[in-house]
Structures are given as C-alpha cells and as structure tokens.
Design a protein around this ligand. Sequence first.
Ligand SMILES: *Cc1c(COP(=O)(O)O)cnc(C)c1O
Length: 395
Amino acid sequence: MSEIPLSSPDITDAEIAAVTSVLRSGRLSIGPRQDLFEQMVAERAKRRHGVAVSSGTAGLHLALAALGIGPGDEVVTTPFSFIASANCILMTGAKPVFVDIDPVSLNMDPAKVEAAITPRTKAILAVEVFANCAHMQRLAQIAQAHEIPLVEDCCEALGAQYHGKPAGSFGRVGVFGFYPNKQITTGEGGVIVTDDDKLADACRSMRNQGRAVAVGEPTQGGPHGSHIGSWLMHERMGYNYRLSEINAALGVVQMERLDEILQRRRNVAMMYLRRLLDWDQLIVPTVEAGCEQEVSWFVFVVRMISQYGQVERDRIISGLRRHEVGSSNYFPCIHLQPFYRQQFGHAKGDFPVAESISERTLALPFHNRLDETHVELVCHTLKIMVQREQLLKRN
Ligand SMILES: *Cc1c(COP(=O)(O)O)cnc(C)c1O
C-alpha cells in the first residue's frame, strides 16, 4: 500500500467463502446466519438475547424506542463520542443532555451524570469511548438508584472487559456496531444485547416493520412460509432495520476469528506503545498492569500535551496526511457540531474537559495489516511533525 490507511478490515478467504455460500443458497434475508450471528455476539457479552440490526445507529434507535423514550424526555449522554450516540436520542424526539467527561477514561464523569438527572431524565446513554468500560458499573448503580435504564453504547467495545465483566453486560441494554472500522465488521450492521425478554421482543418486532416476532423468525420463512396474512400484519410502529444474511454470514466468520483478531490488534498497539511511551510531548493510551488481555483495541489515539492546541494538532494531522499516513481528529465534540449548536444553543466552554481533550487528540493508522515497518514509518513521521511544532513554538 502506498498510503497507510487509518483503518482496514481483517477479511480472509473464510469470510469470502461464507458470503459466497449465502449468495448460492438463494436465502438473502431473515435466515439462519442472522440467528447464529446475534447469538454469538450475545454470548460474548454474556447476555441472553442478541438482536441483529442493520447498523449500530439503528440498534441505538431501537433500544431507546423499545424503552419507550420519546418527546419531552431527557437522556443524559456524553459530548465526546461519534455523533450517532446523540443522534439516536434525537431520533426518538427526546433531548440529549450532555455532561462533561473524566479526563483519564474519556467516559462520562459519574458525579456529573448524577448532577444532571432531573425528573424528566428517562435514561443514561453511556458510551464506552475507544472501548474503555471504566465507570460503567458506577453508572449502572446511578441509573438503578434513579429507576431509569442505562443504555450502553458499546459500538467501539466488542471483546473488551473490565475486571472480568464484558462490554455489553453493564446496561439494561447494549448496542454493538460493525462498520468496517470496528474490531470486526459485517460491512454495515449492529447487534442489540439484553437479558430483558420483553425488550428483546420489542426490538425484534420493530426491526421487522412491527410484525409479530414469530413472523420474522427464519423457521417461519418470512413472506412465503408464514401464516396467511401474518406477513402483512403489523402490531406496532416498526422500521426495516434487518441485517441481511450476506452481512450476517460475514459476521459469523469474524466472530469465530474474534480472539485472533483482537490479539493481532494488541500486538500492533504494543508496537506503537514501545515507540511512543517515552515521548514527553505526547500522552499515549495506557493499560493498567495485568489488564492487557481485557483491552479490545479499537483505535490508537494519542493526545498532545496541554501546551498544544487545536491549530498545532490540525497541522500535525495535515502533515501526516501529506506524507500518506492516515490520521483523524477523534472526536470533535458533538455539542459543537453545527446542528447541535443551532438546535440547543451550545457554545465553546460548555464542556471544558471534553473540549480540551478533543482539540488535542489524533488517531493514528490502526489495523491488522500494519507491521513493524509501517508503525516505524508512522511514528517517525509523527515525530518530525511534532518536532516542527516545537520549533515553531520557540520562534
Ligand atoms: C461506530 C459507532 C456507532 C454506530 O455506528 P454505525 O456506523 O451506525 O454502525 C455508534 N456509536 C459509537 C460511539 C460508534 O463509534
């Protein structure tokens, strides 16, 4: 590769064979692979139910809709995330209420969550940013004390654990995402996980146009195998958020390979850490000693020390890109996105911790096709860009 991309899916001949076999089978939607894939993801999160959907965003929307969240409700969430974790709240007609983050974990600060809860708060939507499950147990306790559900956006966290407890097991409901930049991919896709039978049924029905659950099950065969009339009988408002058999087949093989994929990602992360750990201009992601196997590396994001700001960070990203090294500003704060500023009157200064961190973070290429030579090249280029900023500061 001439350019070193930011992310790249880990696809082998086994995935290609599985997808081809679906195409040959003639059964392209509502079939056995959907069932198998969602069971595999649920098992990994130690949950009873998995509901496969067409994207992580669709899953978050369904989870909130199934919890009955709607207009007039508030949902407490983080401004330091991918836009989907706040947009899904808007999709239900509810209002996202942002709280600032903890500077170490980059997840919501539990004390600030507690302070933001009002009689209108109907859920806490917590994101495991960069696959970090810190504070999730505490947030679950806060949710329970206020008798509201914790919704876990674990779209970035498949395979991560915290003190032995897997991502996806902390909330009333959790949602994984499988866009191609995630640890594993289905092309597009997501899985909702929960132990709540009713909630799982509501999600199954709503992903399938509000049909009764049995109608959408593979054994019933969809439109042709179902009882007369049931395919066009709709019990509730629904959507088409189904995951195709093509996507699910890809997901099944990726799930079978998950541990191997995560181990390779850990190796790449260690290649970076060995080179970057002692740079005094950079803050690198750290792992608690003894917890290495609990980490599921999603991205490799470093942060410039606080002497630097957005201008310098952006120049470093441009410099890397000029040298064909992929880099991005994960994440711009959601409350400062043009649409959120307009809609809710947010401005700079509203969430100073999230803003300060957001302005100084940059993602480096991170995927399983990287070897020592690539990582050396990325770190070398990064060093030059940072040294250039140091020179500029002196002048
Ligand atoms: C990837 C991601 C999602 C879901 O994204 P989709 O592209 O809809 O699958 C949601 N929240 C976070 C934090 C994510 O990183």
